[in-house]
Design a binder for this molecule. Sequence first.
Ligand SMILES: Cc1ncc(COP(=O)(O)O)c(C=O)c1O
Length: 448
Amino acid sequence: MSTTNETRHSKIAAPRTVEASRDQQRVAKSLWPVSAAPNGKAAIEQLKDRLREDRVTRLALMFLDRYEGIHLKDTVVDWMDDQRRLRMCGKTAINFGCDSLLGLDRDPRVQQALVDSLEEWGLHNGASRAFHNAALCEEAEHRLARWLNVEDTLIYPSVTLANVGLLPALAGKGDLLVVDRQSHDTLWQGAKIAAQEGATLKELNPCTGEALRKILESEDYEACVVAVDGVYSMTGDIPPLDELDRVTREFGGILYVDDAHGTAVVGPHGRGATAMMLGSLTNVLMVGSLSKAFSCLGAFVTCDRPLKRMLKIRSSTFVFGGPVPPPYLAAIIRVCDLIESPEFDEILGRLRSRVRQLTDGIRSIGLKMTGGKSAVISVTVGDIEQTLKAGKWLFDRGFYVQSATYPAVPLMGGILRVQVNAIHSVEAIDRLLDALEGLKTAFQLPTV
Ligand SMILES: Cc1ncc(COP(=O)(O)O)c(C=O)c1O
């Protein structure tokens, strides 16, 4: 039977049966998707009304409207340069909100590796890695493993996709998954999927070995995974990973650490907060970022070869998602060259010296702050309105920092989040400290 448009159309045009008439309605709906809800409102308007009922959404929208021009969120950057200056909202400022912590985004050797690979591989190899892997991906995984002293690693396109794909792959029906309350939202998203698929999900609060012990003693489980950040992304603090690991091992579980902010920044040879606190990465799963200090794109998890094989089958974001494009893999390999060269000590040393300069300065001003063991340093403000206005005050004086408010931090826990980069100059940090001193008086910031 012919299924041309014409025959389909004639069937719709002249419905003779109830079935045909239903068909017609279905087609009409797909042609005119703006359907009316029973109250006469378009369904899309109804949906938006429904979304506005959510308390956090309403609060965020209210602040975005009330502090338009002040909150500096969702802004457009017109340009950036190799001195970490950026232009946005009609002003030029030094960018202290940049994840590219080692400044390798501006390294000509890393850029050249990307360009050379682009000519050979094109922009994208265009298929899930479940079908085929670019040789560059295998090479990058082995180079990361060599740097970290582990058997192997598995690359994902982002830390988000790693967390969301890995946790449900690691903990299922009959298993226990404990997640630190303060850990990154993406760990919670992955954990919620694991819980949906049958894992028992428990919140760790406070993040101490003692609290963890209480949970592990009171639950029955086949396997147990404890998930936590290596460096909290907002405060820059490092949780007691050694204590958590000890208790987890005692109960036969495995620690899973999202070390996005520790990768290539914290610990010996930049191997991360996990390696620094535990001494090695054996019997622990560490997720690292390739988008922050690496200045490229993606993430990886440390593993041995048999586990890697299983994760490739069990992790849905790996199986059903796309890969990191080859030019970025070439750039990652080039960063691995740098990390394994004596030059890395100099780059990392420069970053750490800038971090020290800022933390020592903030201490001598007397401001309350957290972090400083990675490149994240957060100055405490408190109230949401004050935090947004303090961020704008600094921006007007030529410094962009991230004013972070609820729900990214607790309700009255507003902070100015500073990310130090190895390419910030000593002079730029001195000037930021002068501005922070002025801010302390202008806003009567909390002191220690
Ligand atoms: C701890 C942590 N995990 C995950 C992410 C998300 O990383 P990605 O942008 O690679 O998805 C971030 C982002 O800043 C983070 O800080």
